[in-house]
Design a protein around this ligand. Sequence first.
Ligand code: MN
Length: 281
Amino acid sequence: MNRKIDKILKSQPTIEGAGVNLKRAFGYDEVPLLDPFLLLDDFRSDDPDDYIAGFPWHPHRGIETVTYMLEGRVEHGDSMGNKGIIGAGDVQWMTAGSGIIHQEMPKGSNGRMGGFQLWVNLPSRHKMMDPSYREVKNEQIPEVLKDKGVTIRIISGEVNNKRGPVRDIVVDIEYLDITLENGTEFEHTIKKGYRVFAYVIEGSGYFDPEKKRNIGRENLVIFKDGNDVKIAANDRILRFLLISGKPIGEPVAWGGPIVMNTQEELQLAFDEYRNGTFIKE
Ligand code: MN
């Protein structure tokens, strides 16, 4: 049975970090609708004033953040001593676990910068795991031609027996960047019981098997439970993220960049951040 559309949300302008103008596809207000996912930000812009202030030093605990760049780059550094650049097409998959303090500073390319940051929740038994991160370069991400006119970049998960480079992560996630030529269709199996959403990067198309509604750029499509998703491009190229994961089903206590299970854990995290014992090493 094809999955039907549960909800469609339009991403909303939000200010984050030191004054970055971005669009939020979903976040705090949607919990627990997208469990195991907490937040998706779309920070594409052709105006440096939107992004140059960046995200100076700030903590995270209890989550994973996944940054996927389309254009420009983000210079980052963290409390583990890591330093680097996430460039166009690259992915940084960061497990904050018990705690990381980092900064993320966007730099444009000819004024343009853009990408997405997804927050994945961690189950209670992994919230205080050791922090780690993996950096995946553009050329390490396999691109498969699934059918004629259907191109898929596999960041995590498996398509046509090709596996994405991000593996062995805590929550079972599939993260795909899919481009459909006009008039083409795409069908893909999602495990039953898993949450799945699509976020439209460019163009427009149909996300329900009956093709009732043409859905365009910056819309988030959340699917109901079932098996396959069936997606079709309209008269233009359609590019979208298709992301699915196994729900965690635990209480969420969320304060800014820290997401725990209880208010006490949240309070402890902020107390530790204030008194300098946040980083566990
Ligand atoms: Mn951050």
